[in-house]
Design a protein around this ligand. Structure first.
Ligand code: CTP
Length: 413
């Protein structure tokens, strides 16, 4: 995610009062970058470090970044009753990094510094971003405290895996500021999809030829992931059926459950299983239309003069299946990746596909060598069941995901 995307997402949520709590982990230096992302997106940021955090980053840095005085104790500004005022007015509290010590205090309602006191006063959403050594994170005490916070509705991000303070590495690293900012901005977004459940397929299927080779495609899954994140940020629960998606791209959001699959038939099973009781089913996955009739148990070998004959058989049309059996009661949304050719435009093919698939909505986007795949902008037109355009736009995948969900939201309300 680029800084521009983070800014665009943050700006769309409108300016808000964010309290940024910083506790005494080495990752505290990254909080300065996080504060900057918040300020750049137009938010009013109050930074409340603990005394230990000030061992890592200076008070002046936080004050300059936020344009507000920086205090650590309720006694620093007793006449202003800062913890009550700032806690009351906060629209979001983000604590990053959150040490095991502060997490324990938050779980048990301890109020022994300005940050924990302000957090006790705040009634707004709270985002806690743990950062600590692996052993401390895995400790049953910490895990129980995290669970207590999550049960209470506090949004606790899972720590990342990577290099820790010293030469060691493992789980416990603070996620990058851009990811934290994206999650935080998501929490400021209107929860218009609360109470709904989305099942979204993303990525590309792989059909085995032999144990090491497959028929696949270039889909990275980015659009489906952007949809999943956007829907979750707007309050929906999301089952993300992920076809061969790079682990680094998978979203980290408590309302998203990832179900990894490989082949078209595995994808079909997962979609059918999750469809029951869902509000919306979205097929963004690039499904291989054909699969090798046989995929041997051993590797094809060259030599001996003969080239292997691979017979292909047709895979099920998953979208068509979901659109024809409506027992699930969900809104069905398909995607059409089209290039257009001398016989028809992208939209001509889109319209034909909308009618053939019979999904409630079909999102048509143009793909080719340089457009549509990977981390690039995209242009879409959304068609109804008869192939009539109901919305169109172009821009980043994250922006487009918002447009698609806006259209879907008008159908599920
Ligand atoms: N799709 C599906 N099952 C398939 C093939 C496609 O569910 N076997 C879904 C895709 O996830 C997408 C929509 O159908 O939502 C259109 O996919 P696309 O590849 O554009 O169309 P195809 O049906 O494969 O038709 P063609 O490749 O001939 O254009």
């Amino acid at each position: 995610m680029t800084e521009t995307t983070v800014r665009a997402l943050g700006a769309s949520a409108g300016p808000s009062r964010i309290v940024l709590g910083v506790t005494g982990g080495i990752a505290a230096y990254k909080s300065a970058i996080l504060a900057r992302l918040f300020v750049k997106a137009g938010h009013d940021v109050r930074i409340i470090p603990t005394d230990s955090a000030l061992q890592m980053v200076g008070r002046t840095t936080f004050a300059a970044l936020s344009s507000h005085p920086v205090h650590t104790s309720v006694f620093d500004d007793p006449e202003g009753v800062e913890h009550v005022r700032v806690g009351d007015e906060a629209e979001l509290v983000v604590i990053a990094p959150a040490t095991a010590n502060t997490i324990a205090k938050l779980a048990h309602g301890v109020a022994d510094n300005l940050l924990t006191t302000t957090t006790l006063v705040a009634t707004c959403p709270i985002l806690v971003v743990p950062a600590m050594h692996t052993q401390m994170w895995n400790h049953p005490g910490t895990q129980a405290n995290v669970q207590t916070l999550r049960d209470r509705g506090v949004y606790v991000l899972d720590p990342a895996v990577g290099r820790l303070t010293g030469a060691d590495s493992g789980v416990g690293r603070m996620p990058e500021p851009e990811q934290i900012a994206q999650t935080a901005f998501g929490m400021l977004i209107d929860q218009d999809l609360a109470g709904t459940r989305f099942v979204i397929s993303a990525g590309g299927t792989r059909e085995p030829i032999d144990p090491v080779r497959f028929l696949g495609n270039r889909s990275t899954g980015r659009f489906g992931i952007a949809l999943a994140l956007n829907a979750a940020q707007r309050g929906a629960k999301v089952d993300l059926v992920a076809c061969n998606i790079d682990r680094a791209l998978l979203p980290n959001h408590p309302r998203i459950t990832v179900h990894p699959v490989g082949t078209a038939r595995e994808l079909q099973d997962a979609m059918t299983q999750k469809a029951d009781g869902a509000s919306v089913l979205i097929m963004t996955a690039a499904v291989a239309d054909f699969r090798p009739a046989q995929s041997g148990g051993s590797k094809f070998k060259k030599g001996a003069g003969a080239t292997p004959d691979i017979t292909l058989i047709e895979n099920p049309d998953i979208l068509k299946g979901l659109a024809s059996d409506r027992s699930h009661g969900a809104l069905v949304v398909g995607f059409a990746a089209e290039t257009g050719d001398e016989h028809g435009t992208v939209l001509d093919y889109g319209k034909k596909k909308a009618i053939a698939k019979d999904a409630d909505l079909l999102v048509v986007n143009r793909v080719g060598e340089t457009v549509g795949f990977g981390d690039v902008d995209t242009a879409i037109t959304i068609l109804d069941r008869e192939g009539n355009p109901v919305a169109e736009d172009e821009g980043t995948k994250s922006h487009m995901a918002g447009i698609v969900l806006d259209t879907i939201a008008t159908h599920v309300r």
